[in-house]
Design a protein around this ligand. Sequence first.
Ligand code: AMP
Ligand code: MG
Length: 484
Amino acid sequence: MNSFVNTYANLPKEFYFPFQPDKVPAPKLIGFNHALSEELGLGLENTGDNELAQIFSGNKLMNGTEPIALAYAGHQFGQFVPQLGDGRAVLLGEVDTAKGRFDIQLKGSGATPFSRRGDGKSPLGPVVREFLVSEFMHRMDVPTTRALAAVATGETVHRERSEPGGVFTRVASSHIRVGTFQYFFARQEVNHLKTLMDYAIARHYSDIDLKDPERPLLLLKSVLKRQADLIARWMSVGFIHGVMNTDNTSVAGITLDYGPCAFMDDFDFQKVFSFIDRNGRYAYNRQPHIMLWNLARLADTLLPLMEGDDTRNIKKLEKELSQFELEFEQCWRIHFCRKLGLAESKDGEAMVQSWLKLLSDFKLDYTLSYRYLSEALNNDSIPEFFASTGDQGELFIKKWKSQLEAENVNPYKAAELMNTINPLVIPRNHWIQKVIDEVEQGNVKGFDEFYEVLKEPFKSRSKDHPMTLPPAVGEQVETTFCGT
Ligand code: AMP
Ligand code: MG
């Protein structure tokens, strides 16, 4: 069995509070990721569901864990909050695996010194949502935290209504946030800031030399590259994070803190789901701009770590930040051109632009449209799906086919390839809600089925498979909540 290493707990005491998760009355296992558990080497292959529920509710701690609640700050909707921290989460510890070091964290395990007025608990709904969505993101090759376990606690949690409680076990390459840097920056604790920087570099960017005086700049450059690619990947799957505050922005470049996130059904550049995002700050097409803003907040914190003249250093940081747009555009082009079966090029980009305009003008389903488009390659006629687009759809498909031809792509091969890149099934909001409603009633059959189907998002399925379909009238879920 793998042993815990717990390097974060060895950082100075200002980085966290030791904290024991609460005991819960009647833990019941809802979901468990056996494959991930094996990868982590937790030695739980022969552990029964009841015992797993005890462990992943926080009732029983695995040997070697040193539970701590991590300190961080953050800009929430543009407002700086100097102390946030893990208010409903606890890091159990870290394990080393063939794929690197991973944090294992419980979410919803009780009030910590960072909880302020919160109860430190989580309703079961957000636990189920994060489990399904984060594992789907992983399947789609989007860097993300992973889901190890979902447990119902047998407690009632009081929000707008009384809800069953849950604990989620999250696995992450780390939980270092832009907000973690801001925490020490705001406290003017430059030594701790430096310790954090070097810890983050050692853990995530081992190509940077820890003796290089330019490493604050190199760290910014590296985080920027990963985040540019991450946001492009989010957008390529129609994902809206919903609460891109700096405390929810990972320095490792992974998707972190699934709250009111959602995937679009019909395509809309300005789409917002989150109830609290009234001004659309975190709308679908604002995500790259917001990420740049968040990276600028990271840059603020790196200035005191640079040697030499501030004015010159600010210029250097600004120059680095100015690369984001180019970097993002390049990543965006790569991911979107692939979805249309095209090589990455300016022509490909123009084709993607007119494709997205078509989807937006005719409110087509973002996910299904790619699957029907690939069908057009095996047929001379235009799929019925595009009927509402009339001449415009026809014109687009004609142009797109000739672009493929110009690129010497075999249409059958292109169709096949597109169907390995564009998913047929995604965790649509209305389906997640249906599963949550059932789980709350104690029925996990729908959860199990959906989890299995989401493991094979590209597989061809019958045209009327309910999990592939957009919501019917009356089924749409247009608003999502933080779920805290
Ligand atoms: P988030 O929704 O993850 O962005 O959380 C923002 C901040 O609120 C973090 O510091 C959380 O730890 C804290 N928080 C969220 N929900 C709760 C809760 N139920 N109890 C205590 N703190 C919470
Ligand atoms: Mg958060």
